[in-house]
Structure formats: C-alpha cells, structure tokens
Ligand binder design. Structure first.
Ligand code: NAD
Ligand code: TYD
Length: 342
C-alpha cells in the first residue's frame, strides 16, 4: 500500500481529490487530516469508494505534535514516511481574509511550515503544495507563466504566496521533494456557498438577490474540480521535483455572464442580479499560461458550459447539502459581508 497524507480533505477540492484517488489508485491508503473549520464538511466524505482505505483524523495542520504522530504512525514500506503528502488545507475565502486575516496566516503559512518541517525530519517521497493562480495577482492582458513575478494583493493570496515560496525553500535548502501547483478558479459540486458560483446558484433558487461586486466585469479562468484533481494526480506521477506548474481550465469568463447563465438555467429573472459595493483590492483578471503542464501531456477534459449546467443541476438536486450550511452560522457572516439578511 502507498500511504498518502491529504490535508483539508473534508473541504471542496480535497474531498473530490480523495474520491478520485480512491477510485483510480487501489493501492493508496489515505490519511485525511482536517480540522473541520467552518469550511470542512463531513457530508463531503459520504459515499467514498472503498472507505476502508480512508482514515479521517480531525486535527490542525499547525499542531506539530499531531503531525509528527501521523508520521510516526505511518509505517511506509519504503521506510520514508508518507509516499506522498498533498496539502490542500487552508483558509480560502478572499472576502473573509479582508474581514480578518489572522487564521489565514496561521493555517496557510504556519500550517504549510509545520508539514514541510515534518516532511524534512521524517521523510516523504513527494510533497505537493496546492497553491493558487491568485499568487500572481491581476493581469489586464496576456497570461502569467510559472516564472512571472508574484504579486499577491489580498491577505488570502499573500498567505498562499508565503506557503508557495516556503515550499520551494524547503526543496532548495533541505531537498524536500516538493512540487507546487497553481490552479485557476475551481467550480463543481460541494463548493462552500460562500463562493461566487454556489452563492449565486443557491440564492437564485431561493429568489434572493445575487450580489455582484462592482461592474461585474471581473474575469476568472474556470476549471471543473475533477479536472483539477486529475491534474494533481498526473503531477504526482509525472511532475519534476522543485518545479511549479500552472493548472488552468482555459475558460475566461466575466462574472456577469456566469450570473446570467445561472438565472437562465434556473428560470429566474436577471433582475435578481444586483450590483453591490466592490471588494477592496479586487483583482480584475486572472489568466494562466499552462503550456508547461500541457507539454508534459495533460490538458483539461471538460466543456465549460456543460459542466456549469451540470453544477447548477447538482445544487438544485442537493438542497439539503447546502441548506444545512446556509441555515447555520453562515447567516451572521452574510449579514456582515453584504449588509443584507439571507
Ligand atoms: P475549502 O475552504 O473548501 O476547504 C479547506 C479545508 O481545509 C476545509 O475542509 C477545512 O476544514 C480545512 N482546514 C482549514 N484550516 C485547517 C487547519 N488549520 N488544519 C487542518 N485543516 C484545515 O477550500 P478549497 O476550495 O477546497 O481549496 C483547497 C486548496 O486549494 C486551498 O489550499 C486553496 O488555496 C487551493 N485552491 C483553491 C482554488 C479554488 O478555486 N477553490 C483554486 C486554486 C487553489
Ligand atoms: P470567489 O468565488 O470569491 O473567488 P476569487 O475571488 O478567489 O477568485 O469570487 C469569484 C469572483 O466573483 C470574483 O471576481 C469576486 C466575484 N464575487 C461577486 O461578484 N460576488 C460575490 O458575492 C462573491 C463571493 C464573489
């Protein structure tokens, strides 16, 4: 058995990655370390393929004693600790990082340090640091490649940039076998309804306003979460140590166009779309050149419009999943963020 530590595996992308990995790698045993923050959701882990090869550990990636224990309890055949570590765990919502950045710096930076340090001391064959395209900042024209300078412009992306470069430093200085991925915006089932697409889809279903920031002409490059997961899996097998890889969907779309399509698909009036106060420091456009990954032989498989429709349909068919989240503490955050009651 190959032993793989996945952190943040009760979140959106981490839970999809675990499902994908259990499906395609019958020889993987996955330890899933997740603190179940407001964004972590055990419901994301129901219906796992072969659940006996998944062990959930509730805990914090900044807890070095616990992290050390996970390594010590991991008798990998190779004697080198985990075969692979994939670090998804992070505070991830830009708007929350603007309200209060403390947890972002703790989890995203100190947490990555704690894992890297354990990897250095106790061994790992591959350490994948899940970074983000947001570390490059905004670009008006053209696209960022892996050697573009980093220019994070909000506390979330700055803390992710810190972790990204710390991971590289552990490769350069300590020979920890690190690979860094920078992916564009993900969408799909099980994404927390604080994020743009699920928020707009679920508000529209309830005939609530869709709070579009500023002029709505901000551009993100969208990738389906399952394409992101296959790219990570591909890089675990084929990525070069010490290298960084952009992962992109190749679907650059303005927010307002997505808001309109959501209304259309759900048969709701576009008058639900309401322009609200803009996000401070709002990055205008993200765009990646993913040629380096394409040259290795990977490209995304999913059509954007079809996947968006399927995603909208998933939220329509899984109301109990998101109502549980939106019915709880989320209401307080929503009132603070949008000045409106949900
Ligand atoms: P998410 O917010 O849905 O999930 C994060 C998970 O991390 C949750 O399960 C949470 O409980 C867990 N977590 C938070 N703090 C923790 C801690 N201190 N210790 C242990 N677990 C902790 O996030 P996501 O959208 O699935 O993103 C996963 C990763 O992918 C993040 O590193 C994010 O920066 C990166 N990423 C996300 C996107 C995107 O569009 N969502 C794009 C590129 C990169
Ligand atoms: P988000 O899902 O927060 O991802 P990120 O900012 O990390 O790319 O937001 C995606 C885009 O949608 C971004 O341009 C901000 C915008 N947005 C809104 O217009 N209204 C909202 O309520 C939210 C949450 C986002």
């Amino acid at each position: 058995m190959r032993r793989v530590l996945v952190t943040g595996g009760a979140g959106f992308i981490g839970s999809h990655f675990i499902k994908h990995a259990l499906r395609v790698h019958p020889d993987w045993y996955i330890v899933n370390l997740d603190k179940l923050s407001y964004a972590g959701n055990p419901d994301n882990l129901t219906g796992l393929p072969d659940p006996n090869r998944h062990k959930f550990v509730r805990g914090d990636i900044t807890d070095h004693k616990l992290v050390e224990k996970l390594w010590r309890d991991c008798p990998a055949g190779s004697g080198a600790g985990f075969d692979a570590v994939v670090n998804f765990a992070a505070e991830t919502h830009v708007d929350r990082s603007i309200l209060w950045a403390d947890d972002f710096i703790k989890t995203d930076v100190l947490g990555a340090f704690t894992l890297l340090e354990a990897a250095r001391q106790f061994g790992v064959n591959k350490f994948v640091q899940i970074s983000t395209d947001e570390v490059y900042g905004s670009i008006e024209r053209g696209s960022f490649s892996e050697d573009s300078p980093l220019n994070p412009r909000n506390p979330y992306s700055a803390s992710k940039a810190g972790a990204d470069r710390l991971a590289y430093a552990y490769f350069a200085t300590h020979n920890v076998p690190v690979i860094i991925t920078r992916c564009s915006n993900n969408f799909g089932p099980n994404q927390h309804p604080e994020k743009f697409m699920p928020l707009f889809i679920t508000n529209a279903m309830d005939d609530k306003p869709l709070p579009l920031y500023g002029d709505g002409r901000y551009v993100r490059d969208w990738i389906h979460v399952e394409d992101h997961c296959t790219a990570i899996d591909f890089l675990i097998a084929r990525g070069q140590l010490g290298e960084t890889y952009n992962i992109a969907g190749g679907n650059e779309v303005e927010n307002v166009a997505i808001a309109r399509r959501i209304c259309q698909r759900l048969g709701k009036p576009e008058s639900l779309i309401q322009s609200v106060k803009d996000r401070p420091g709002h990055d205008r456009r993200y765009s990646l050149n993913a040629g380096k990954l394409a040259a290795l032989g990977w490209k995304p498989q999913r059509d954007f419009n079809q996947s968006l429709d399927a995603t909208i349909d998933w939220y329509a068919a899984n109301k109990s999943w998101w109502r549980k989240i939106k019915g709880g503490k989320f209401k307080r955050y929503y009132a603070q963020q949008y000045g409106q009651r949900l």
